[in-house]
Design a protein around this ligand. Structure first.
Ligand code: ADP
Length: 247
């Protein structure tokens, strides 16, 4: 993305960021599961001003038929940003960035879904960015893994993601769009919180190896918090169902 040639102060003399956060602080996180009626599983994730819905359909019959795999399900994933999700309207239709992010998210999700449990089927995952303010790929993965769980699809773990950035020489957790645009580096990470493995790791910009290690530790801390909220959201969904069934 083009950087405008203007000075933006991203951290003040007290170490406080443009939106009032400390360097190691997440934005306010809101997570809900089972939010859409017309899907088999769904979730909503809000990280500050970034707002994302994920919807899952399937496992279902493969279309077109020739793509069917005799021994496993195929995952299809579409990451899409609403044209009104950013200040300047994004062009309608899928951009190259959205096609790339669809693949990145699918590859992360493929590591946790027990695809061999669902031979000759496909599972469609839609990640819809309603409002974008940085960190949409990571929040998209967080939401998509919950939507898969909500659809009852067998998985080895949930996935939670967050982006760490480097702004004015300091590492900061869960960067917003301004920090992404004017910072020196951004590092989106997604982790399997229980199994403790990394399923997405990207770095744009420049960090030392030591900074990468610190950034990863920072991401891990943030992801632990997001994971707690994922679990709580699933539990809330489960207890609501219990009440519904009792009526
Ligand atoms: P991520 O959203 O995963 O951080 P990027 O680093 O590509 O992915 O994008 C950073 C942020 O830039 C997005 O979250 C969004 O706020 C903004 N952005 C992305 N694409 C556009 C676009 N076409 N127009 C305006 N802003 C955009």
């Amino acid at each position: 993305m083009m950087l405008e040639n203007r000075q933006v102060k991203l951290i003040d003399e007290n170490g406080i960021r443009v939106d009032g956060r400390r360097p190691d602080e997440l934005r306010p996180v809101k997570i809900e599961v089972g939010v859409l009626d017309n899907s088999d599983g769904s979730a909503y994730v809000e990280m500050g001003r970034t707002k994302i819905y994920a919807a899952v359909f399937g496992p279902k019959e493969v279309y077109p038929k020739h793509l069917e795999q005799p021994d496993r399900a195929i995952l299809n994933c579409r990451y899409h940003m609403a044209s009104f999700s950013v200040d300047e309207r994004k062009p309608l239709g899928m951009t190259r960035r959205e096609i790339e992010l669809s693949k990145v998210i699918r590859q992360a999700l493929e590591t946790v879904v027990f695809l061999e449990e669902y031979p000759r089927t496909m599972i469609d995952i839609f990640v819809e960015v309603i409002q974008a303010d940085g960190g949409t790929r990571t929040a998209g993965i967080t939401a998509a893994s919950l939507a898969l769980a909500d659809a009852g699809i067998a998985m080895s773990d949930l996935i939670a993601g967050v982006a760490v950035g480097k702004v004015e020489g300091r590492l900061v957790l869960d960067i917003n769009d301004l920090e992404d645009k004017y910072g020196e580096a951004d590092m989106p990470v997604a982790i399997l919180p229980r199994l403790n493995s990394i399923v997405l790791f990207q770095l744009n910009g420049r960090m030392t190896l030591e900074e990468v290690k610190q950034a990863l530790a920072m991401a891990r801390e943030g992801i632990n918090k997001i994971y707690q909220l994922q679990v709580e959201a699933l539990k809330r969904r489960y207890s609501v169902n219990q009440i519904d069934e009792g009526q």
